[in-house]
Design a protein around this ligand. Structure first.
Ligand SMILES: Cc1cc2nc3c(=O)[nH]c(=O)nc-3n(C[C@H](O)[C@H](O)[C@H](O)COP(=O)(O)OP(=O)(O)OC[C@H]3O[C@@H](n4cnc5c(N)ncnc54)[C@H](O)[C@@H]3O)c2cc1C
Length: 443
């Protein structure tokens, strides 16, 4: 019998297991899929590095970098700053990748010509507001931005910066980063995302998946193909879990359970424990994404890394990147590695469509952004995320806090996952490490 069971071998679960193991605590990770990594998993194919989920770290990811240091992979981190573009009326407007410089000098925004002169001034006001709120927009300490958690990003942006800034700055950025719409996201999360994105982006020479792989190698007890169906709780005390291991149901006893899955999945497996936990978890919503990858034998976007696509353009995707422009290790020389992200209602429509249908639908729209995009491909593949990014709708920060507090009423029960902070790799890792720390403290 393990002392602690960790449900989910994704970012938060692996971080929790690694932390416990380093303190000599016995634990077992149960992962429903055949592989660990969850939404930071990556892979290699034909000389290309594929980040299937998360694409980059922000420079403020202090927890992530500390963990990478302890895993001895911090030296693999690399910053990248290639031009990004915004599509407007079918034309790509390139923007200086140094957003900090851009926010300091609104003239460069105006020169990019995707906003009118009054729109540029209002965008500069957004920049000043971000600078003013800088300290209180925090991915791990989400409650610092509670005053912004009652607003949706769209209402907040429309009221403070006007329709143009909403539709051609906030919406494209927020949708590209969350795969949702600004109506579904709190102003707290949207402003945190934009402000954390300001100083720049990082990846590793081996892709984002390196973090999941390094953690998975270090964590000793991982059982894959093990879907937890229920957390067993008796007399306010955790007894273990009921798990389905390759279609065989069994119970595993444990003193502690750290639940490291999405909030919606946690609500299911905690069903019947306490409505304060499950109702609050159920208030969290997720975007869906069907993400198409095209490996091409030629360069197609020059040096440009990303193009954000405002919803007003009416395309099925909210953005695309050429990951060969992240770092040279991502693709063989002279090749492109396009990642195209469908979002919102389009993603939901495509989620259950055949691979060929998805590829054709995305390719049809892609030509309007990249006219030279054609049939010549090394490979193409589709990645489907029914629950892609936690959208952090208004009220989520308080709801996550209440769920965690209610869980404290049950001895041995701990919650972790991206939804505990501003959804991101950083928040997921920090929540897993904190839950492991709580287990150790109460041992
Ligand atoms: C396309 C995409 C792009 C993204 N881009 C970025 C980015 O650039 N930067 C960033 O910081 N974040 C990004 N994110 C978000 C980031 O990946 C997540 O916030 C983070 O990885 C979530 O970690 P987690 O541990 O909370 O959940 P997960 O990584 O989803 O881990 C949960 C694990 O639990 C398993 N599981 C679920 N249910 C059960 C069960 N009942 N029993 C057993 N196991 C179960 C799952 O299979 C999974 O492995 C992106 C996400 C996606 C999908």
């Amino acid at each position: 019998m393990p002392e602690t069971i960790i449900i989910g071998g994704g970012t938060s679960g692996l971080a929790a297991a690694y932390t416990l193991q380093r303190s000599g605590c016995d634990c077992l990770v149960l992962e429903k899929r055949d592989e660990t990594g969850g939404r930071i998993a990556g892979k290699k194919r034909d000389g290309f590095i594929i980040d299937a989920g998360a694409q980059f770290f922000f420079t403020r990811y202090a927890t992530t970098f500390r963990l990478m240091e302890s895993l001895e992979i911090k030296d693999k981190l690399i910053r990248f700053a290639k031009p990004i573009g915004i599509l407007k009326k079918g034309k790509v407007h390139l923007v200086d990748p140094d957003i900090k410089k851009m926010l300091k000098s609104p003239r460069s925004l105006f020169n990019a010509r995707f906003l009118s002169f009054p729109g540029t001034l209002k965008a500069a006001k957004l920049g000043l507001d971000l600078a003013r709120r800088w300290k209180n927009l925090h991915f791990v300490e989400a409650e610092k931005a509670l005053d912004l958690d009652t607003w949706s990003a769209s209402d907040y942006a429309r009221r403070n910066y006007g329709e143009e800034v909403l539709e051609y700055a906030v919406q494209p950025l927020v949708s590209a980063l969350t795969l949702g719409e600004p109506e579904e996201i709190s102003a707290a999360y949207a402003l945190s995302l934009i402000s954390w994105g300001v100083p720049g982006l990082l990846t590793t020479r081996d892709g984002i998946g390196l973090l999941a792989d390094s953690l998975s190698v270090k964590v000793k007890n991982i059982l894959t193909g093990a879907r937890v169906e229920k957390i067993i709780v008796e007399n306010n005390r955790v007894k273990g879990v009921r798990v389905n291991i390759k279609r065989k149901k069994e119970s595993i006893q444990a003193k502690n359970v750290i639940c490291c899955v999405t909030a919606t999945e946690a609500a299911k497996i905690l069903n019947g424990v306490h409505p304060l936990i499950t109702d609050n978890l159920s208030r969290t919503t997720y975007s869906s994404c069907v993400h198409v990858i095209f490996a091409l034998p030629h360069k197609i976007m020059g040096e440009t890394y990303a193009i954000a696509v405002p919803r007003k353009e009416g395309l099925v995707f909210c953005g695309l990147t050429d990951n060969s422009n992240k770092v040279e290790t991502y693709a063989p020389e002279g090749c492109s590695l396009l990642h195209v992200y469908t979002y919102g209602k389009y993603a939901k429509e495509l989620l259950n469509k055949k691979e060929s249908e998805v590829i054709n639908r995305v390719a049809a729209d892609l030509v309007s952004v990249l006219p030279s995009f054609g049939e010549e491909r090394i490979f193409s593949e589709v990645v489907r995320w029914e629950e892609a990014v936690c959208l952090s709708p208004p009220g989520k920060i308080v709801a996550a806090k209440r769920a965690a507090e209610a869980a404290q009423g049950y001895r041995g029960l701990y919650l972790a996952g991206e939804f505990m902070g501003m959804p991101s790799v950083e928040a997921a890792l920090a929540s897993g490490i904190k839950a492991a720390g709580d287990v150790l403290e109460r041992a």
